[in-house]
Design a protein around this ligand. Structure first.
Ligand SMILES: C[S@@+](CC[C@H](N)C(=O)[O-])C[C@H]1O[C@@H](n2cnc3c(N)ncnc32)[C@H](O)[C@@H]1O
Length: 220
């Protein structure tokens, strides 16, 4: 198996002996972007936050600390990442502020209207068909819930060798169109430029998008 294909599979779902290192690598490569997203999620007291694809849950503590009585739920389909996230966030879980679950975001075991905020960083590439995932997210979000989707621009991502393997790439306009079509109103778009480490370990110039949107459910 080529290194690029192996890395692609690990980023899609970290597994086996490499999983822990892949999780740490993602924290390094994606740390700044996650900070920017968390700042823009307008976290407030008693928010129920759903994060899809948190990996090892490195940012859960920061989310919980952003306001009073936030409850955080991280859903990742990697068993290794859920275990790592539970270890890292042991105290938050014990005190009832956080939970992690292994599941595919296309089938969430939560009631409708369960979450007031959503965070999804570098995960939409793996959601096929995207419409099915957006419908499921919309179901579990409250009307007008605020969502943050962040992803690399197609032109930047295409330069990374691993994205040739089962990554669906987008530009901002396409994602905004799909979000609008499937029940979300995009309120803000930031283009985030950053020179930093890629998951390949190389320094790259990144063009990333942060979209802040509202669940339009109440308007349907
Ligand atoms: C590229 S990593 C990004 C991790 C983290 N959000 C970050 O910014 O570093 C993608 C993560 O999303 C998870 N993931 C991908 N598709 C998923 C799905 N459909 N449901 C749940 N988790 C998913 C993977 O297991 C992996 O942990």
């Amino acid at each position: 198996m080529s290194t690029a294909k192996n890395l692609a599979q690990q980023l899609r779902c970290p597994n086996g002996e490499q999983a822990i290192a892949v999780g740490s690598g993602m924290n390094q490569a994606n740390g700044l972007l996650n900070q920017r997203c968390i700042e823009r999620l307008q976290l407030s007291d008693t928010d129920a936050v759903l994060e899809i694809g948190p990996g090892n849950g490195a940012f859960a503590a920061q989310i919980c600390a952003a306001a009073n009585n936030i409850h955080y739920t991280g859903v990742d389909w990697s068993a290794e990442m859920v275990t790592a996230a539970e270890q890292l966030n042991h105290d938050l879980i014990r005190n009832g502020y956080a939970q992690f679950l292994r599941a595919d975001a296309a089938e969430l075991p939560y009631a409708k209207n369960s979450f007031t905020k959503l965070l999804a960083v570098h995960v939409i590439y793996f959601w096929q068909p995207l419409a099915r995932y957006l419908a499921e997210l919309q179901r579990v979000l409250t009307p007008r819930a605020l969502c943050c989707f962040a992803f690399g621009d197609r032109s930047f991502m295409q330069q990374l060798p691993f994205t040739a393997y089962d990554f669906t790439l987008y530009d901002a306009q396409h994602v905004q169109h799909l979000l609008h079509q499937h029940g979300f109103t995009v309120e803000q778009h930031w283009q985030h430029e950053e020179t930093g480490l890629s998951n390949t370990g190389e320094m790259v110039q990144k063009t990333l998008h942060i979209l802040i949107c509202r669940n339009r459910k109440d308007a349907l």
